[in-house]
Design a protein around this ligand. Structure first.
Ligand code: ATP
Ligand code: MG
Length: 243
């Protein structure tokens, strides 16, 4: 059974319908890239997946949790579904290690030693072992984003969501964050990522989903989708972004 099942979700903001019946399945260990024009509903869909937005109708099953237009058990959901945004929002008054340990310490009831071990481990995973005691302001944007990823991984999620995590970074810092994400993918993490990095989508994502006007316009294995787009909208989008 897929670890993520999105069934015909609609999302309205007032009278505007932003998601118009989106369905999507993700298998465990799959990497899915979501691409599309600004305003097509990519972030809204991702935010629905971890309950930051409630859907207007339709349903979502993710990592064993069910989300619909009714109530949610968000605290439980957040242990299993991590999300990283363009803005990393580390606490400036806490060290890198403290930033990473905060959420697991509060929500998981683990000993200090256990949380410390997890934090060290996740920081190593993003290649920043030596920064455990540093303050965020001493780090580059790319390093801060890698810490934000480690912070999310420290919750030991089953699914990771990424919303344009490299968009705020200078090109020379983007690569180091993409490497971290590619390694995560190789280790078998289930990932859904909204990205403008078409090369990354093409080479790392198993499946690419093209959203257009609040719908999944086209989706399929990344290699096929990029080499043989079926709709003029995707053809135009790819043409424009590869120039
Ligand atoms: N909280 C909100 N209230 C009202 N409208 C919203 C809200 N959030 C998003 N929208 C609208 O929903 C539409 C889809 O927005 P969304 O952020 O999902 O697009 P996106 O595909 O992520 O775009 P981008 O590539 O610019 O990040 C836009 O028209 C946006 O203005
Ligand atoms: Mg967005």
């Amino acid at each position: 059974m897929p670890i993520v099942q999105v069934e015909n979700i609609h999302k309205h903001f007032g009278s505007i319908e932003v998601l118009k019946g989106v369905s999507l399945n993700v298998d465990a260990g799959q990497v899915v890239a979501v691409i599309g024009r600004s305003g097509s509903g990519k972030s809204t869909m991702l935010r629905c997946l971890n309950g930051l937005e409630a859907v207007s109708s339709g349903s979502i099953q993710i990592a064993g949790h069910r989300l619909d237009s009714g109530g949610h058990h968000l605290r439980e959901l957040r242990k299993d579904v991590g999300i990283v945004f363009q803005s990393y929002n580390l606490f400036p008054h806490l060290t890198v290690g403290e930033n990473i340990m905060l959420a697991p310490r509060i929500t998981k009831g683990l000993s200090h030693d256990a949380v410390h071990r997890i934090a060290k481990d996740k920081l190593a995973q993003v290649g920043l072992s030596e920064k455990f005691d540093a303050y965020p302001e001493k780090l580059s944007g790319g390093q801060q984003q890698r810490v934000a990823i480690a912070r999310s991984l420290a919750m030991q999620p089953k699914v990771m969501l990424f919303d344009e995590v490299t968009s705020a970074l200078d090109p020379e810092l983007t690569g180091e964050v993409l490497v971290v994400m590619e390694n995560l993918a190789k280790e078998g993490m289930t990932m859904l990522l909204v990205t403008h990095e078409m090369g990354f989508a093409k080479s790392v994502a198993d499946i690419t989903v093209f959203m257009h006007q609040g719908k999944v316009w086209e989706s399929g294995p990344s290699a096929t989708l990029f080499s043989a787009p079926q709709t003029p909208e995707l053809r135009q989008f790819i043409g424009g972004s590869l120039k």
